[in-house]
Design a protein. Structure first.
Length: 331
């Protein structure tokens, strides 16, 4: 009876029943007066019962929503009965389930952000410490050769920090979806020539031979981002090869996807490291001393954002093979 509409209807129904019964008593006798009185009372009782039941259900839904908003555990309220109230119950349950899933995603994102910040701080700490030491030494060092050596060390650390920060910014932009990758048709030979160009001097200095078997085909991808992704792989291969090693790039064109295979004869990847090789800040047992562990993670993000996939097979002491597939249709 606390509900104003419910109370108003009960009062109006009771008044109409009494008036009809009173009219029957006056104009048609006792029987004509009792009949509308009983009929009205029964109808009001039935109305009262089902309305009270409906409002009780609505109150339960209100309590359920309060628990959802407070973040408390909520029971399953799915209702298989028919009717508008049952539809409302099911839709509320779907909405609350969606909110719960989104809250879990946000919670995971916060944990990942905290972990990423911790990793970034750790990665920046080493070069910063080194630069601070070099700076102190420069302040008291008079030997020109020593000063030149310290400055070169500082320059190397600055370059490393710059690369780390730029790569992390790119990863964060890809994660946030603020970068729109353009899909354009590119010649495989043109694309791979741009990928290899910055490493030609390194090939000579390290005694690494390069060969390719590139067919007359094309890729549909974002040129700049794809070049960066492939260069990260080539860079990783070169760093893990000794003098006299060999790098080979081949292509394959199918009706479903365009494929690039990059193969090296380096030290290989340990079997236990292969499942984690594309994880951020992961460093396998054969990783270089200056490795940060985000180059391949960036590559994976770029390839997957273009509806592609990347995989690696490797054997220690033999080499590694990276396979990149760019699908021609969205899968």
């Amino acid at each position: 009876m606390r509900n104003q509409d419910f109370r108003r209807i009960m009062i109006i129904g009771s008044a109409v029943t009494i008036l009809m019964a009173f009219g029957g008593f006056i104009f048609a006798g006792i029987t004509a007066g009792i009949l509308p009185l009983i009929t009205g009372a029964v109808l009001l009782a039935v109305f009262f019962y089902y309305t009270k039941k409906r409002y009780s259900r609505i109150e339960e839904l209100n309590d359920y929503l309060v628990k959802v908003l407070s973040g408390s555990d909520t029971p399953d309220i799915l209702n298989q009965e028919e009717g508008e109230l049952s539809i409302l119950v099911n839709n509320i349950y779907k909405a609350s389930s969606t909110l719960k899933a989104q809250n879990e995603i946000l919670s995971d994102d916060k944990k990942q952000l905290a972990s990423a910040i911790a990793d970034i701080s750790h990665q920046l700490k080493t070069p910063l410490t080194s630069m601070m030491v070099m700076n102190d030494l420069l302040a008291v060092e008079d030997d020109p050769e020593k000063r030149r050596e310290f400055l070169q060390t500082q320059s190397a650390q600055l370059s490393r920090m710059n690369w780390l920060i730029q790569t992390l910014l790119k990863l964060s932009k890809l994660d946030a979806g603020t970068i729109e990758l353009k899909r354009e048709q590119l010649s495989a030979k043109e694309l791979l020539a741009e990928v290899i160009k910055p490493f030609e001097i390194q090939f000579e200095l390290r005694g690494v031979s390069y060969k390719q078997a590139v067919t007359d085909m094309s890729f549909v991808c974002d040129k700049n981002w794809t070049v960066e992704a492939l260069q990260n792989i080539v860079k990783n291969c070169i760093e893990h090869m000794d003098e006299g090693g060999e790098l080979e790039i081949t292509t394959l064109d199918t009706t479903l996807f365009s494929q690039i295979t990059i193969k090296d004869t380096g030290c290989g990847i340990a079997a236990e490291d292969i499942p984690h090789i594309f994880e951020r800040f992961y460093k396998g047992k054969n990783a270089g001393k200056d490795s940060v562990g985000i180059g391949l993670a960036l590559t994976k993000a770029i390839i997957e954002d273009q509806h592609g996939e990347i995989s690696v097979t490797s054997k220690e002491g033999v080499g590694s093979t990276f396979v990149i597939k760019l699908y021609k249709t969205i899968v």
